[in-house]
Design a protein. Structure first.
Length: 127
C-alpha cells in the first residue's frame, strides 16, 4: 500500500512518531510519499526507512525549506499546492500530522481536504 504524509514543518513529538509507525504497520504500507521538507516529512522519512519501506520524495520548489532526504525516488520539484496534490494522486491512503486544529491557511489541512475530495482515505494524528 502506498501511503502519503503531510504535516507541520515543526518537528512532531515522539508520541506522534510512535503513532505514525503503528499506523503505517496497521495499513500494511509498502511505500511512503512525502514532501521532503524539514519537520514531519523528514521525521516520517526516517520512520519509513526504519520499517524498510520504499520512499518517494516530492520536493518543494524552494530549496531553503527542503530536507534533502535520501529517498529511493525523488520527483521533480513543484510549488507547494501542486506538489501536495501530486502526493495525494500518487497514494492509496494519507496520514496527516498537523500542529493544531483545522484552519484555512494551512498546507497540511488543505492537503487533508483535497484528499477527502478525491476519495483518498486518511488518518489525522493528534497534535
Amino acid at each position: 500500500m502506498k501511503v502519503g504524509v503531510t504535516g507541520s514543518r515543526h518537528a512532531r513529538p515522539a508520541e506522534t512518531l510512535a503513532r505514525l509507525r503503528r499506523t503505517l504497520v496497521e495499513m500494511g504500507a509498502t511505500e511512503l510519499h512525502h514532501g521532503d521538507c524539514f519537520g514531519f516529512d523528514e521525521q516520517a522519512h526516517g520512520v519509513a526507512v526504519s520499517l524498510g519501506l520504499r520512499t518517494v520524495a516530492h520536493p518543494p520548489i524552494n530549496p531553503a525549506l527542503r530536507a534533502f532526504c535520501e529517498a529511493d525516488e525523488v520527483r521533480e520539484p513543484l510549488d507547494y499546492l501542486p506538489r501536495n496534490r501530486e502526493i495525494v494522486h500518487s497514494v492509496d491512503r494519507m496520514i496527516a500530522a498537523p500542529d493544531g486544529p483545522e484552519k484555512q491557511r494551512s498546507g497540511t489541512w488543505s492537503t487533508v481536504r483535497y484528499a477527502k475530495s478525491k476519495g483518498v482515505r486518511g488518518v489525522v494524528l493528534p497534535w
